[in-house]
Design a protein around this ligand. Structure first.
Ligand code: ATP
Length: 233
């Protein structure tokens, strides 16, 4: 579904990615792991065209996307929940959910207010509140819901649970587990390794702009050294 092949990305003269490869198949949940500053967000920014790659190739389905502007990449079916929950603060929760809702890819059963609220029931009581009246966790759920309302084929979460209370985090992971059970493909970056081990099929560990390890959850669980070496846990 998503195929990232040997991409190199720069910030000005400074190279951040050195030949990153990453593949996500239909229905798969894949993580990008690694300490701070290793290139996880840059990989996501590269996929979304926010920091265009300098070399390599990115294909989504049958289409090459790496030369497209980021709005066109999003329209091709990738929903990003970026770091720092960028919801509309002066729109209500309901308006936030419907403002960008679309079904461009003609998904047979598109998300509706009801189906996304079933994933995050907490938001149902808040429909008429303004975005800026929500707690951080509720804003993050709203950011996920807003991405889902565009009916993406792939959802990307970049640090979606950063700084949230454990209970709220749990609710977000539960929502993600339901999405996975429904066959949704998800790329997830998070520091919450236990939750990721429960959720994900495969993991890629990044160090200094390269993927230095990839494997299944069982393989990651079996290798304590890996965790202390690359993840600091
Ligand atoms: N806007 C930017 N301008 C210049 N350099 C940047 C910029 N954003 C990131 N970098 C650099 O690119 C490298 C990769 O950073 P990136 O944010 O992708 O890492 P990360 O693994 O996502 O870490 P974090 O968890 O801290 O977000 C780092 O060396 C970082 O300093």
């Amino acid at each position: 579904m998503l195929c990232v092949e040997h991409i190199e990305t720069f910030y000005g003269k400074s190279q951040a990615l050195f030949g990153v490869d990453l593949c996500i198949r239909e229905g798969e949940v894949v993580t990008l792991l690694g300490r701070n500053g290793m290139g996880k967000s840059t990989t996501v920014r590269s996929i979304m065209g926010l920091t265009p790659i300098r070399s390599g190739r990115i294909a989504f389905g049958k289409k090459e996307i790496h030369r497209l502007p980021s709005y066109a990449i999003a329209r091709s079916g990738i929903g990003l929940v970026p770091e720092g929950r960028q919801i509309f603060p002066n729109l209500t929760v309901r308006e936030n959910m419907t403002a960008t809702a679309t079904n461009r890819l003609n998904v047979p059963v598109p998300y509706t207010l009801e189906t996304v609220l079933a994933l995050f029931p907490r938001l149902a009581d808040r429909l008429n509140h303004l975005g800026n009246q929500l707690s951080g966790g509720e804003q993050q759920m709203l950011a996920v819901v807003r991405a889902l309302m565009t009916n993406p084929r792939l959802l990307i979460l970049d640090e979606a649970t950063e700084g949230l209370a454990p209970l709220i985090r749990k609710e977000i992971w539960q929502g993600m587990a339901t999405l996975k059970a429904n066959g949704h493909a998800i790329l997830v970056i998070d520091k919450n390794l236990d939750a990721l081990m429960n959720l994900a099929d495969r993991h890629c560990i990044m160090e200094n702009g390269r993927v230095v390890w990839r494997g299944t959850t069982d393989e990651l669980a079996a290798d304590e050294g890996l965790k202390s070496r690359y993840l600091g846990v």
